[in-house]
Ligand binder design. Structure first.
Ligand code: URA
Length: 254
């Protein structure tokens, strides 16, 4: 492995671990093969060749896109951060882009989303769809997007610099979509949208401001799959959203 690649890998790993620590994570599972790879001298042959074929090529993201289609086209050729290396498809987002009541924003595509080029189509996505329906909407009536538009390898949390490179797309999407309310799903979405390091546990259920639009932070559906006992508080957060929108709370989500 080239020495610069090795050092970049270590720097990225440090950033990632610091970020997890700041988020309150105290335990991480690490594959033995990864530890063996990290223990090698930079000059030794890698166990798996990971040298990218193309380099990151930064192109400024325009701040005056005229349509979501223009944004998606820009995203599909984006090489502003290393996440482009491993992607199958970019995932720019989908749904009702004409001032929908709600814009849901998650972290980034997983394996299913990367394969299909659509947001929230895996297990977490199925739960999100149920949440939307329990609120009295069809999935097609809201817009769904993510902070990063390319899948982080192994579904890891996107690094702060990857989020920073991708956020201009989301800010432009918000400007064009003009949702009445934004629901931020999980710590990463909230960190990207608000730049706040305050944990999701503290911020959830409290109204925030994002680009002049009311933002409700709540837990990510993947977290609810791991800890279904948290569904109750998420439903409380979504009730606040319905109230803000002047809609009757549905009884389906209880
Ligand atoms: N998790 C996310 O945050 N976004 C998706 O699109 C899928 C899973």
């Amino acid at each position: 492995m080239a020495e610069t690649t090795f050092h970049t890998l270590i720097a990225n790993l440090e950033n990632y671990l610091e970020y997890q620590r700041d988020e309150g994570v105290q335990r991480l599972e690490v594959d033995r093969a990864v530890l063996a790879e990290l223990a090698r001298e930079p000059s030794e042959e890698p166990v798996v060749a990971t040298e990218p074929t193309a380099a990151v090529k930064e192109v400024a993201v325009p701040d005056n896109f005229g349509s979501l289609e223009e944004i998606s086209a820009h995203i599909s050729s984006c090489r502003n951060c290393p996440l482009f290396h491993a992607r199958t498809n970019t995932v720019s987002g989908e749904g009702n882009a004409d001032s929908p009541d709600i814009l849901f924003i998650g972290e980034g595509p997983g394996a299913d989303e990367d394969a299909q080029g659509r947001p929230f189509v895996g297990k977490a996505g199925q739960l999100l769809t149920k949440m939307i329906e329990a609120m009295g909407y069809e999935r097609e009536q809201v817009f769904i997007a993510n902070v990063v538009k390319c899948r982080p390898p192994g579904n890891r949390t996107p690094l702060p610099e990857e989020m920073e490179k991708c956020m201009p797309y989301l800010r432009q999407q918000i400007r064009l979509i003009k949702p009445r309310v934004i629901v931020g799903l999980g710590a990463t979405a909230i960190k990207g949208l608000l730049g706040k390091t305050a944990g999701i546990t503290r911020l959830r259920g409290t109204w925030q401001d994002c680009e002049g639009i009311k933002l409700m932070p709540t837990f990510h559906p993947s977290y609810l799959l791991r800890d279904p006992s948290k569904k109750k508080v998420v439903w409380q957060d979504l009730q606040l959203v319905l109230k803000e929108l002047g809609r009757e709370p549905s009884s389906k989500g209880k």
